[in-house]
Design a protein around this ligand. Structure first.
Ligand code: TYD
Length: 138
């Protein structure tokens, strides 16, 4: 888990807003093959509850505020994403949940691989078993 600060260009006038960008392999540690986003979620809702075998992801809250809980099987860490110019890298073998802190916050995710349900671990006991087996080299 690591926060990445993206490049930001503020326009001359605040009313014109800001532009943020980042580049695969240069600003984030992988090249992405897939982008998805989650929207229309109410405050207090928690999504996720899974880990990935091989997928790497970058999570960006492009609007609103979302708390990300990451669990490597030994310790849990929470990060609030509330700045569209920052992204949270979530590597392989991290059990994670996303809690909406504000209605209609939007979570944008860049993923290193195409969608593959067999890469998901959706059972926490199985996740802990794989951590103990050393499935992921830490
Ligand atoms: P899931 O990753 O479980 O969502 P969340 O972690 O936000 O709760 O995905 C929800 C559903 O969408 C699940 O049936 C899998 C499907 N899905 C795809 O078909 N393609 C994708 O790229 C993603 C991310 C999910």
């Amino acid at each position: 888990m690591r926060i990445h600060d993206f490049h930001k260009r503020n326009a001359e006038s605040p009313d014109l807003g800001s532009l943020v960008f980042f580049e695969a392999n240069r600003d984030i540690p992988f090249a992405f093959k897939r982008v998805y986003y989650t929207y229309g979620v109410k405050e207090g809702i928690i999504r996720g509850h899974h880990a990935h075998k091989a997928l790497e992801q970058l999570l960006i809250c492009v609007y609103g505020a979302i708390e990300i809980m990451c669990d490597d099987g030994e310790k849990k860490e929470c990060t609030v994403l509330d700045d569209p110019a920052k992204g949270l890298y979530v590597g392989t073998g991290i059990w994670h949940t996303m809690k909406w802190l504000k209605d209609d916050s939007v979570l944008l995710v860049l993923a290193s691989e195409y969608y593959d349900e067999s890469d998901y671990i959706r059972d926490y006991d199985e996740f802990i078993r794989l951590v103990k087996e050393g499935y992921w080299k830490r």
